[in-house]
Design a protein around this ligand. Structure first.
Ligand code: ADP
Ligand code: MG
Length: 909
């Protein structure tokens, strides 16, 4: 029994207050068919909505089965609507994207009834309204009468105490109206039916009580019910109403399914961000795998290399910077204040010092000793390719010019003309072992590799091929295909006499006009060079000692003809664009095959064999390296002088006389004695005879004592294994390489400043450029992804908002059948979750599709085989992320949906 007590309800529109219901009081029996009549605007719908718990009264009370609803909360009203009330509307209010059966089941799903029972009950309810055959149709495929029956079935399926119908026949023709009225009359047999209508005829015909409203007041009641006052305002809960998340999902899924194209586009746009992240992940996985692979390859190909001479580029640069910056600040900061004195300018000397200190000598002999110790720290990290040593061998390289003139490629053939001595940065201390500035050894590879990849990756062939045989070498040109003009001449490629002319012009300060010369590859490769090892410069003399040949051109030419090893240029190479490390510092370079050949050649030479056979005796003069006492020393000097050639004798006399002159300034000497060698023999013997002991010992100390077994071998061109020109240390992975660097650092801590080692880390150079590229790509992608994620989230929010607007009616319907506010937001959250899921799946799918073209692109761009990949786990995480993001984006619109007033929502179209 429902007691309606002094209910008032007003609407405020603008400043105007309208009383829709004004002190309405009546009681309803549990089982009767009440019609509420009244003109349009008299408050019928408002009254019905308040009885049904869809709208709230301003004052008064509704007492349901003796219980006041004054203290009802939203939850209680939801539950009341769901369990006790069934609504039927004039416009049917079916959910268009749900089947007939689903529409009817909806009320049951909110009550939390099992799926099986739900279906049974719904089918039974549809049977009762005569629609058993139409249960799987969409509502818009039914006629008006059929739709209203569905609505009635939906209202009844929960077996409510009260059925509220708001002008149920208002949109139907007379025939159908009668059918519906009959149906309602039938329903009223078992429960309370309250029907609003303005059709008085139908009301009188079918209902058993008519209440008439006018301007919100009850003006007549044909069958009022009076009851005694026994109110107990105790509140009782009526069982809960709730909607499972699955129901919300299926509601939203069907809704989205009805708008396929839009859903797809939304999901696609939403997926762009996911694609972005998925690509970054794929890429980073690919690159990590790639780096792991390359790491080993690189490590096995690119050593840490320590050269005899290294250039500290950072220091060189800072020296240059200092140079420019001091120029800039000259007339401002460093203005000298005192005008009475003059100041020294220290710049040039400071720069010279900086410049010099940027060229570092590495003491490789000491470092090799360290490496050769069994227990050295570094050896633990050396990879399978071990340590490779390069050796610089001393030899002369000759060429003939077109006039058959023999030229030493080191430029010495022109030194008599070109008075300026050639400067060289390397230390002058070991003059007999000066590195050749025109030719050097290419960094050797490990194992079978003749040439290190460090060389082959940084230089490319522009003609011919890389040297393979020992008697082949490469010519190194610069980026502009040039070599120095002086090299053209000194390699015998242009006539020597032209060069002499140029040098003379320079010396005489004449104007120098040089034309650009060119040579064809073919001619370069046809040029033959002649290599003469140091050991070939010695000949056994009559006394059984080895004697160095005089360096007059004729003698040299003869030796070259007899002994020199012909060498050809097999290819011409040039630094590649963006070369990372240029290891070749000479215009000509040979491989370790020539080095090995020469090492063997020199070792087998007569003079080296002879010296090795008698290590205590100098094969150059037959004297012991170590004299026991001064007597022996003096004897050695006499022996030494006996061996002198005529020209040596002449030179010796000159020196002695010069010395005597300096002691006795006015002593006269015979002039031009040296000009006529035939006259020297006697004076030489005389001079020797006149020498006192101290002079003889002096000669011993300056000429005989410095020679030792080791210096002799060096002089003869033997390269000792202790003295490499470069050391290449190979590691197997990055960690080991780092450990090697640390070990070198530790070694540097233990040695003096002079013996500290500086080195080049080729692998580091290579890898740093790879990771640089990767960083750039990653940053670009992250930026792209952030923007697209933001945009897609905003868009999903907007789409959800639009969806809320579109589904306002549905919100009203759901609220009318008992859905709570929370249920409504769940429905929209379900929608965003579905979109998020779909976006995620779409994004991941796209990403997998993009993998193949991306791999090709990377191969093209990086020229590296990077295989991008996305793990299953990451794919799942990304789909989760997509769901989470669109869920968050939809929170505001779904909250807004839940706040919608159900009455207004129902009224919307
Ligand atoms: P009926 O159903 O009898 O045609 P209603 O109950 O719908 O009448 O309306 C009663 C009165 O309340 C009408 O004057 C109507 O304009 C007014 N009214 C109804 N709902 C609202 C509303 N949401 N805002 C303002 N006025 C309303
Ligand atoms: Mg109305």
């Amino acid at each position: 029994m429902h007691q309606i007590e002094k209910i008032t309800k007003s609407y405020h529109t603008g400043g105007f207050k309208q009383k829709a219901l004004d002190n309405v009081t009546f009681n309803l029996r549990d089982n009767e068919f009440v019609s509420i009549l009244g003109h349009s605007g008299s408050g019928k719908t408002t009254l019905l909505n308040i009885i049904g718990g869809l709208d709230r009264y301003d004052s008064g009370d509704i007492i349901i089965n003796g219980i006041s609803t004054k203290n009802y909360k939203d939850k209680d009203w939801d539950s009341y609507r769901n369990h006790s009330v069934g609504f039927v509307f004039q416009s049917y209010n079916l959910i268009p994207h749900q089947s007939v059966l689903s529409n009817v089941e909806l009320a049951l799903t909110i009550s939390g009834i099992s799926a099986k029972l739900r279906k049974q009950k719904a089918i039974k309810a549809l049977e009762e309204v005569g629609l058993k055959d139409h249960i799987n149709k969409q509502p818009n495929h039914l006629s008006g009468g059929q739709m209203q029956r569905v609505a009635i079935a939906r209202a009844l399926v929960n077996e409510p105490d009260i059925l509220l119908a708001d002008e149920p026949t208002g949109a139907l023709d007379t025939q159908t109206s009668l059918q519906i009225m009959n149906l309602l009359k039938n329903v009223a047999k078992k429960r309370l039916v309250v029907m609003v209508t303005h059709n008085a005829e139908l009301a009188h015909q079918y209902s058993n009580r008519i209440i008439e409203l006018q301007d919100g007041k009850v003006i007549s009641d044909t069958h009022p019910l009076a009851i005694e006052e026994n109110k107990n305002s105790k509140h009782e809960s009526m069982g809960k109403s709730s909607m499972s998340f699955l129901t919300a999902l299926s509601l939203s899924f069907n809704n989205l399914n009805a708008k396929k194209a839009r859903t797809f586009l939304t999901a696609f746009a939403g997926s762009i961000g996911i694609i972005g992240i998925a690509l970054i992940l794929s890429l980073s996985t690919g690159v990590n795998n790639y780096i792991d692979n390359v790491q080993e390859e690189t490590m096995s190909a690119y050593p840490i290399t320590i050269e005899q001479e290294s250039v500290d580029f950072s220091q060189l640069m800072s020296a240059r910077r200092a140079e420019t910056s001091t120029k800039e600040t000259e007339d401002t900061d460093s203005k000298n204040e005192n005008l009475d004195v003059i100041y020294s300018n220290n710049e040039s000397l400071e720069q010279m010092s900086e410049f010099n200190s940027s060229f570092r000598q590495n003491n490789l002999t000491a470092f090799k000793k360290y490496l050769d110790q069994d227990d050295n720290e570094l050896s633990n990290y050396v990879g399978k390719n071990g340590i490779v040593y390069s050796y610089a061998i001393n030899f002369d390289l000759f060429a003939y010019d077109e006039n058959e003139r023999l030229i030493n490629t080191d430029g010495s053939s022109f030194e008599s003309v070109n008075r300026q001595p050639r400067t060289n940065f390397s230390s002058p201390s070991n003059s007999f072992n000066q590195p050749n500035t025109k030719i050097s050894e290419l960094l050797p590879g490990q194992g079978e590799q003749v040439i290190s990849p460090v060389v082959k990756d940084n230089y490319h062939l522009i003609d011919g091929k890389w040297p393979e045989k020992y008697n082949e070498m490469v010519l190194v040109v610069n980026e502009a295909n040039e070599i120095s003009l002086s090299d053209f001449y000194e390699f015998g490629m242009l006539p020597a006499k032209d060069y002499e002319k140029i040098l003379n012009q320079i010396e005489n300060d004449e104007e120098l006009l040089l034309e650009k010369k060119t040579l064809r590859f073919k001619d370069l490769r046809n040029q033959t060079f002649y290599l003469l090892p140091r050991s070939d410069y010695y000949e056994k003399n009559a006394r059984g000692n080895y004697q160095k040949l005089t360096d007059d051109p004729l003698t040299i030419e003869k030796v070259v003809k007899e002994k020199a090893i012909p060498i050809k240029i097999s290819g011409i190479i040039q630094p590649v664009d963006n070369a990372k490390t240029l290891t070749i510092r000479t215009p000509l370079a040979y491989t370790r095959k020539l080095r090995n050949f020469l090492m063997a050649y020199v070792n087998q030479s007569d003079i080296v064999q002879a010296q090795k056979k008698q290590p205590k005796t100098n094969v150059l003069n037959g004297l012991a390296f170590e004299a026991a006492n001064d007597r022996e020393k003096i004897e050695d000097v006499y022996h030494y002088l006996e061996d002198f050639t005529l020209s040596q004798q002449a030179e010796f006399i000159k020196q002695i006389q010069a010395k005597q002159q300096s002691l006795e300034p006015f002593a006269t000497t015979e002039p031009n004695l040296a000009d006529n060698p035939a006259n020297i023999a006697d004076p030489f013997n005389q001079v020797v005879k006149d020498l006192d002991d101290s002079s003889l010992l002096e000669i011993y100390d300056s000429s005989i004592a410095p020679a030792s077994y080791d210096t002799n071998l060096k002089e003869f061109g033997v390269v000792s294994t202790e003295n490499p020109s470069a050391i290449s240390i190979y590691a197997d992975d990055f960690a080991d390489k780092e450990a090697i660097s640390d070990a070198i650092e530790a070694y540097n801590q233990t040695v003096s400043e002079k013996e500290k080692i500086t080195y080049s880390d080729f692998a580091g150079l290579i890898m740093s450029s790879v990771s640089e590229i990767m960083n750039v790509i990653t940053y670009v992608l992250i930026a792209f992804v952030s923007v697209s994620l933001l945009v897609s989230s905003i868009m999903i929010g907007i789409i959800t908002y639009i969806s809320v607007l579109e589904r306002t009616k549905e919100i009203g319907i759901l609220r009318a059948i008992g859905a709570s506010k929370r249920n409504i937001s769940t429905v929209f959250n379900a929608e965003t979750i579905i979109i998020g899921l779909f976006s995620g799946l779409l994004g991941i799918g796209f990403t997998y599709l993009l993998h193949t073209p991306l791999n090709n692109l990377l191969l093209h761009l990086l020229e590296e085989d990077v295989t991008v990949s996305l793990s299953f786990k990451n794919a799942l995480i990304l789909i989760g992320l997509s769901i989470l993001l669109s869920f968050i984006a939809g929170l505001i619109p779904s909250k807004q949906a839940s706040r919608k007033n159900p009455v207004e929502a129902l009224r919307s179209e």
